[in-house]
Design a protein around this ligand. Structure first.
Ligand code: ZN
Length: 245
């Protein structure tokens, strides 16, 4: 059994605008003695009753016993702390936007799934997933959904393909797309090379690779002739590498 405090119960009851009577009715509990005994510290409802009380208040048992402070809005899917004014204000601000966006764009992914999809798919893409096309598409849909939910305005039109194109360029520049997949990705999303700015992209990727940065630090100390030799050798190595692939 968890540590269920009456005070916490009372707060969420008030947040819902319910009375004890209403809660017991919704929970299918006869009379309010269960609640008043709890209030007076005589007795804490058993787990099965507590579950029904939690259901009546649309919270989880973990919320009721303080293991978590978040609940999920059944309509929009946002997680927030109903006992925190700031959290409530944020929820309210986006609640209607999310519902309207979902109504207009049926293809949007459910809000409560976005965090895990965005995180998991990006990890898979970065680590060179075998099915990068599928992961990338899933990731872009999640990013697009998030973008539309957060920025929704009735008068604006949101185009997935346009969004995907600029997002993919951003990902390439961030080094999120493995080097050997860039050409494929550019083809799928109809990006021309100039648009991508290949040079900027490889610099950005290099800056995230500690081995390349170490190499660069040594290269900086070389005189022009030695640097020439290094360039010739590096070029030969990369050609050789290409052939072996
Ligand atoms: Zn909501």
């Amino acid at each position: 059994m968890g540590d269920y405090s009456y005070e916490r119960y009372a707060k969420i009851r008030d947040f819902r605008g319910f009375t004890d009577y209403k809660v017991t009715q919704l929970a299918g509990i006869k009379g309010t003695a269960t609640i008043s005994n709890w209030k007076n510290g005589k007795y804490t409802p058993k787990d099965d009753k507590m579950q029904r009380i939690a259901d009546a208040l649309e919270v989880s048992l973990d919320f009721l016993n303080g293991k978590t402070d978040e609940i999920e809005c059944k309509e929009c899917g946002q997680k927030y702390n109903p006992l925190d004014e700031f959290d409530c204000a944020i929820h309210e601000q986006f609640h209607t936007k999310i519902l309207k966006a979902k109504e207009k764009y049926k293809c949007l992914l459910p809000y409560n799934e976005l965090v895990s999809i965005r995180y998991n798919s990006l990890e898979k893409i970065r680590s060179g997933s075998e099915d990068i096309a599928t992961e990338l598409n899933k990731y872009l849909k999640a990013e697009f959904s998030h973008y539309v939910y957060m920025n929704y305005e009735d008068s604006r039109h949101y185009d997935f393909f346009e969004f995907a194109k600029s997002k993919v360029v951003e990902m390439i520049n961030n080094g999120d797309i493995p080097q050997d997949q860039i050409d494929n990705v550019a083809k799928w999303y109809k990006l021309d090379k100039e648009f991508i700015n290949i040079q900027g992209a490889s610099l950005a990727r290099a800056s995230k690779n500690p081995q390349l940065m170490r190499l660069l630090a040594y290269a900086e100390k070389l005189n022009p002739e030695m640097l020439n030799m290094l360039e010739i050798q590096a070029k030969a190595l990369s050609e050789q590498n290409k052939k072996e692939e």
